[in-house]
Design a protein around this ligand. Structure first.
Ligand SMILES: CC/C=C\C/C=C\C/C=C\CCCC(=O)SCCNC(=O)CCNC(=O)[C@H](O)C(C)(C)COP(=O)(O)OP(=O)(O)OC[C@H]1O[C@@H](n2cnc3c(N)ncnc32)[C@H](O)[C@@H]1OP(=O)(O)O
Ligand SMILES: Cc1cc2nc3c(=O)[nH]c(=O)nc-3n(C[C@H](O)[C@H](O)[C@H](O)COP(=O)(O)OP(=O)(O)OC[C@H]3O[C@@H](n4cnc5c(N)ncnc54)[C@H](O)[C@@H]3O)c2cc1C
Length: 615
């Protein structure tokens, strides 16, 4: 859309006090990455077939999927060409970042998300060298997904009921779905797209259950795409979001696969049925750990999109004067509006930095595991659980706050904020539900509190537990170090409270698991344990308000630095030129309800009632 840039946005950009490009380079981890990102953006976003004439929302469920598949395979073809041309399409930060432009292409979810993000990465991490050589061919016919959750079990995966029974007479596993609750339910791309999948199932050898293992199973004919005999597969129906992801269901009726289709890097079943144990029995859960880590960066990116839309809109939107004799003000001038928006910008930076740190930690710990050293895995798991839980919860709350900050127009699909919310809030549930993951971290913390309470030696990372017990915490100081001290006091205090409740429940004769359940609200909720006083809080509040005023002139510059193209933002409210009302009118004109001046329902249903006695 041509036309002048909104005057208010021009003024905002003029008064920005820092170099926007420099911040973009910091966000991209270096200028060379910015250049590379822009090249890939240009290359892919210039493909005309990727753009819709009719907005996605006006398509039926089936049309949406078919449209998304068309685009997914255009993108896949391009990615393969880039790969063949030896152009590295992932960067060193996280594998999800370069896929972020896909948010714009699909305005929803790529049906190949799990194929690219989980199927390939699980094979790369958990299949043996020979299996990888066979399955990870760039021109493979396999379109895969990650099939774990069942109708009856998602969080408690030890409860999964699908079985893989070894038949030594034929050297095969028999995959079977024993009852309705054992049907696989949810995997992305499973409904119509995938012809293969990685299945999580209970391994049985000679009547002994060895727990959960991962198996590669072909489910559709590669040529005809028809389900193989013994496979019942389909799509699960419309959802709050993710409607182009064809999440599916799957049942096996004694479906046979070769023994060599079990992922065998960490664990093996030999020809004679001998079971060779893994070095750590949670290595099978490795894909969940990796995805939790990458999600933190992805959620930071979703926050930067929501902030860009809401801040630009708030600079353009004028409503009511502050003083009665003044013109109407930009809504960004209201301090309460700044309070709603600036925290979203800040949180995006926080989770971007933490996500990068976790990504590097994951690389380091994975290299150690490769060398047989599992020592750092529990800490990484505890951190990934907690950070995935709070980043998804924060992101969905803040995206919703941005939507509300755009008033009525934020409720329009054309603002793209409802879609960003639907995408973000799903992450609170998938890949480990919020509370369930917090309880995993609590389990880790309580273990170390027990050591502290029993005055046993603690690792350096938990020395502050001992400080808390010995009341070594200093009084609150308003400085970065002081704030960190304050947070340590909160963690120690809330862990102590939960631990004491747990002990009390145990003393009252409860079994451990029951005592744990009774303490679970304390285990997940923050309590007010702090070194901070009422005066400190007042001082912090006024400092916070000063900071809002300091950030205000740079607000538009800060979101411009995220450097998200209009084609990716997909928002009438957030485009770079700020031509909000023009874009809204143009989008409204695409509504099918504007095709006829008089809709035919008037003649069929309205007129016969309203004109009944007058005809
Ligand atoms: C690259 C990615 C790109 C794109 C992706 C983006 C978007 C994708 C969109 C959608 C994808 C959605 C995919 C899915 O949702 S797949 C399904 C995910 N499902 C889950 O996450 C299930 C959650 N449940 C669990 O993880 C487990 O059931 C559990 C809660 C962890 C409990 O497991 P359990 O076996 O019962 O273990 P516990 O008895 O509780 O603990 C025993 C012991 O093991 C430790 N532990 C648990 N998990 C791990 C792990 N992953 N790694 C290391 N250690 C682990 C646990 O701490 C405990 O240790 P102790 O020392 O205390 O004994
Ligand atoms: C959009 C989307 C995409 C998905 N994609 C995939 C996929 O590709 N592959 C796949 O395998 N799965 C996928 N899933 C499934 C997803 O991983 C599960 O839904 C998720 O792990 C939550 O499990 P659940 O549905 O069993 O929830 P439940 O565990 O039934 O949760 C319901 C409630 O019970 C509580 N609860 C459960 N257990 C405990 C406990 N021990 N202590 C305290 N409270 C508890 C929870 O906190 C929650 O409040 C997807 C889900 C969604 C929404």
């Amino acid at each position: 859309m041509g036309g002048r840039v909104n005057e208010d946005l021009i003024k905002e950009r003029r008064k920005c006090t820092f170099d926007i490009k420099e911040l973009t380079h910091i966000i991209d981890c270096g200028e060379e990455n910015t250049i590379k990102r822009k090249q890939i953006d240009n290359y892919i976003l210039n493909i005309k077939e990727l753009w819709d004439d009719v907005p996605e929302e006006y398509l039926s469920h089936k049309e949406r999927y078919e449209n998304a598949i068309k685009k997914a395979f255009i993108v896949l073809k391009v990615l393969r060409q880039l790969h063949t041309g030896n152009i590295q399409i992932t960067d060193h930060r996280t594998p999800t970042n370069v896929y972020s432009i896909q948010d714009g292409i699909f305005r929803n979810v790529n049906p190949l998300l799990i194929h690219i993000g989980l199927f390939w990465s699980t094979i790369a991490a958990q299949a043996s060298t020979e299996q990888q050589a066979e399955w990870l061919q760039p021109d493979s016919s396999m379109i895969g997904t990650y099939v774990q959750t069942e109708l009856g079990h998602g969080s408690f995966i030890r409860g999964i009921e699908t079985t893989a029974t070894y038949d030594s007479t034929t050297d095969e596993f028999i995959l079977h779905t024993p009852r309705l609750s054992a049907y696989k339910w949810w995997p992305g791309g499973l409904g119509n797209t995938a012809n293969a999948c990685l299945v999580m199932a209970q391994l049985y050898i000679n009547g002994t259950c060895h727990g959960l293992h991962i198996f590669l199973a072909q489910i559709r004919d590669f040529d005809t795409h028809k389900p193989l005999p013994g496979i019942k597969v389909g799509e699960i129906g419309p959802k709050m979001g993710f409607n182009t992801a064809d999440n599916g269901f799957l049942g096996f009726d004694n479906h046979r696969i070769p023994r060599t289709n079990m992922l065998m890097k960490n664990v093996q079943v030999l020809r004679d049925g001998t079971y060779v144990k893994p070095k750590h029995d949670k290595l099978t859960y490795g894909s969940m750990l990796l995805t939790r880590v990458t999600l933190i960066s992805d959620l930071a990116y979703q926050l930067s999109k929501a902030a860009t839309i809401a801040v630009r809109y708030s600079a353009v939107r004028r409503q009511s004067p502050i003083k009665s004799n003044e013109p109407e003000r930009q809504i960004l001038d209201f301090v309460s509006q700044q309070h709603k928006l600036f925290i979203t910008i800040a949180s995006s930076h926080v989770y971007r930095v933490v996500g990068l740190w976790m990504w590097n930690s994951h690389k380091r710990v994975t290299a150690d595991i490769h060398e047989g050293n599992m020592g750092q895995l529990p800490e990484l798991h505890a951190l990934a659980c907690c950070l995935k839980a709070i980043s998804s919860r924060d992101a969905s709350a803040l995206v919703e706050q941005c939507r509300l900050a755009c008033g009525g127009h934020g409720y329009m699909m054309a603002s793209n904020l409802p879609q960003i919310y639907a995408y973000t809030t799903a992450a609170v549930t998938y890949e480990g539900e919020y509370t369930v993951l917090l309880l995993q971290t609590a389990r880790y913390l309580v273990k170390f509190w027990r050591l502290a309470a029993e005055h046993k030696p603690l690792p350096q990372n938990f020395a502050y537990f001992e400080d808390y017990i010995k009341k070594n915490f200093e009084q609150w100081r308003n400085s970065p170090e002081g704030i960190i001290e304050g947070f340590k006091a909160i963690v120690a205090g809330k862990t102590k409270a939960a631990y004491d409740t747990l002990q009390c429940n145990l003393r009252n004769g409860r079994e451990f698991e029951e005592a744990w359940n009774m303490a679970s609200v304390q285990l997940t909720n923050a309590s007010e344990y702090s070194t901070i006083s009422r005066n400190d809080i007042e001082a912090l509040q006024s400092r916070y308000e000063e900071l809002l005023a300091l950030i205000r002139p740079n607000a538009v510059g800060l979101v411009d630095a995220f450097d998200i193209r209009d084609e990716v933002l997909c928002s009438t409210l957030g485009a770079y030129d700020g031509r909000v009302y023009e874009r809204m009118m143009e989008e409204a004109s695409k509504s099918p309800l504007n095709e006829d001046v008089v809709n035919e329902s008037f003649h069929k249903y309205i007129r016969p009632v309203t004109m009944k006695n007058k005809l």
